[in-house]
Design a protein around this ligand. Structure first.
Ligand SMILES: [Zn+2]
Length: 139
């Protein structure tokens, strides 16, 4: 078997598997390199756990900010429950926990008196992202 001419130049000894028009041999790696073909990937072995793309993550966060439950987001976005939970966070829960008055209804509708202290409490419990979202809505 002839050796790859390109490998030979680098001191490597690799068998040539492709015959070049010039009559010299070339290994598969160099042959692909020359033609600009990406390395062959074993098929059927795609990544196991698919991470949602940025668009999906952003959509999940937007849904969560809009008051959707993790379950609703999971169904809507076709993601696993842990994924929905992970990116949706549990802002509502946090807000409840840190809010002095417990006037938030179970359905997510909030009927409470907006006292400055209360607003401060809510505001401080929000993540930076949520704050930014809120400011965008108010603007
Ligand atoms: Zn080579």
């Amino acid at each position: 078997m002839s050796l790859c001419v390109h490998c030979k130049q680098t001191g490597r000894l690799a068998g040539g598997t492709h015959l070049l028009p010039s009559g010299s041999w070339c290994c598969d790696e160099h042959w692909r390199q020359q033609l600009g073909i990406p390395k062959s990937q074993p098929k059927g072995e795609t990544a196991v756990a698919k991470k949602p793309d940025e668009t999906t993550i952003a959509a999940i966060r937007a849904d969560a900010a809009a008051g959707m439950s993790t379950e609703q987001i999971r169904v809507k976005r076709h993601v696993s429950w842990p994924t929905a939970k992970k990116y949706a966070g549990n802002g509502l829960k946090h807000a409840k926990k840190n809010t002095p008055t417990r006037s938030a209804a179970a359905n997510g509708e909030i009927t409470l008196k907006a006292t400055p202290a209360l607003l401060d409490g809510i505001w401080n419990s929000l993540s930076l992202e949520k704050k930014a979202e809120l400011l965008t809505k108010l603007a």
